[in-house]
Ligand binder design. Sequence first.
Ligand code: NI
Length: 135
Amino acid sequence: MSLTVYRRAHFNAAHRLFREDWNDEKNKEVFGKCSNPNYHGHNYELIVGLTGEVDSETGYLIDLKILKNLIKDEVEDPFDHKNLNIEVPEFEDLNPTVENIAIVIWNKLRKRLDKKFDISVELYETPRNFVIYTG
Ligand code: NI
C-alpha cells in the first residue's frame, strides 16, 4: 500500500529570464516582464511530495522533521531572498524559469533521499502559474 506525504515550503527570490546571445528587445519579446534587466521578485510556493510505503513499526512514511530540514538545507537556505541568476550557482548558465527551478530542486532532493521514495516537486511562481516535476 503506497501513500504520499507532502511538505509545503516558501521562498522569495529575484530573477531575470534572458539569453545572453539575444538583445534586450528579443529577450523582452520572448520573456516579457520576467526579462526586466534590473531583476524582479516572486513569492515561490513549494510542495514536495514523497511516495512510498508506510513503515509498520512507526506508522511514518518518513519523519517529516527530516523532510523539513532537507528542504531548508537544499532550497530555503540557498534560495530565499537571493538573486537566483547571480547568487545560486545552478542558474549561472541556466534560465531560472519555474520549470528549471523545479527540476533543480528535484535533483537536489533526489541526491539526498532514499531511492525507495518517489519525489514530486510542485512549484508555484504565482498563485496561478505552477509546474509539477516528478523526474
Ligand atoms: Ni519573473
